[in-house]
Design a protein. Structure first.
Length: 270
């Protein structure tokens, strides 16, 4: 069993990150996807993760929101989410603790995952009513405000089947924001979209970056988009961060050979 005594019970102080992966390992059976992974994301920072298929980049998002880890500790807003305190020490989180600890995190998936039997506004109201305990009136007002922000207020009474892919993704972003997250995760949110509607969704994310102090982690294969909106870009290879830096540094002057090869291959494919 892992010795957890070396990990703090909380992260405190003005320089504490909003998200910390502290020596995290994630395995699926014998397959090690992330090994001794460390990453801090500051409050309000937009970090984009790029890399080849199978490099572990999407797993970074999944262990924040959906899956357990085998080693290390994950913190969000100072508190451990993968573990909980018991008698002055960290122990693996219970399911109940895990659900509550993940409440400050919102996630938008590649395939929208909207409730098909609900309208756009009902999709955005469901979480705040059922999880946060908002009244239906307050939840409706919040949902309308967010649908307005993502340019979908005129489609609020439509079901997902009557919306385009770009429209569904914008509703999915509004639904995630309705939970008032401190951290937003975007998993290849444009990869299932037709090229002509990708701009709709990227514009919404740009707006979030510029107008809201949200901490964001995004996995994308769109290098131009990553270069445009990120504070920092991390190139993943073999379950580790091979190289990271500002978009100017990573795209303009990559230092590692694997980074250079990947960016060259992406450029050639484009």
């Amino acid at each position: 069993m892992e010795d957890l005594s070396r990990f703090p019970l909380r992260l405190e102080g003005p320089d504490a990150p909003m998200v910390r992966f502290d020596h995290v390992t994630k395995r699926y059976g014998d397959l090690v996807v992330l090994e001794d992974f460390c990453l801090d994301v500051a409050e309000g920072e937009m970090v984009t993760v790029i890399g080849p298929s199978g490099s572990g980049k999407t797993t970074v998002l999944r262990i924040l929101m959906l899956e357990r880890i085998q080693e290390g500790v994950i913190y969000v807003d100072g508190a451990p989410i993968s573990h909980m305190e018991k008698k002055g020490r960290l122990v693996p989180a219970s399911e109940r603790y895990l659900r509550r600890a993940r409440e400050p995190i919102g996630m938008c998936f590649q395939h929208f995952n909207l409730f098909p039997h609900m309208t756009a506004i009902q999709n955005c109201m469901e979480g705040p009513v059922q999880v946060l305990g908002l009244s239906r009136q307050d939840a409706r007002e919040r949902a309308e405000e967010l649908l307005e922000m993502v340019g979908m207020i005129e489609k609020k009474d439509e079901h997902p089947s009557r919306l385009s892919g770009g429209q569904q993704q914008r509703v999915a972003i509004a639904r995630a924001l309705a939970m008032r997250p401190k951290v937003m995760l975007f998993d290849e949110v444009t990869s299932a979209l037709d090229p002509e509607v990708i701009g709709e969704v990227t514009e919404v994310i740009r707006k979030l970056v510029h107008e809201h102090r949200l901490t964001m982690l995004m996995v994308t294969h769109q290098m131009g988009f990553a270069a445009d909106i990120s504070d920092r870009v991390c190139f993943f290879y073999g379950g580790r961060i091979e190289e990271q830096g500002t978009p100017e540094e990573l795209f303009g002057n990559p230092q590692k050979e694997r980074t250079q090869q990947f960016l060259s291959a992406v450029k050639s494919a484009g």
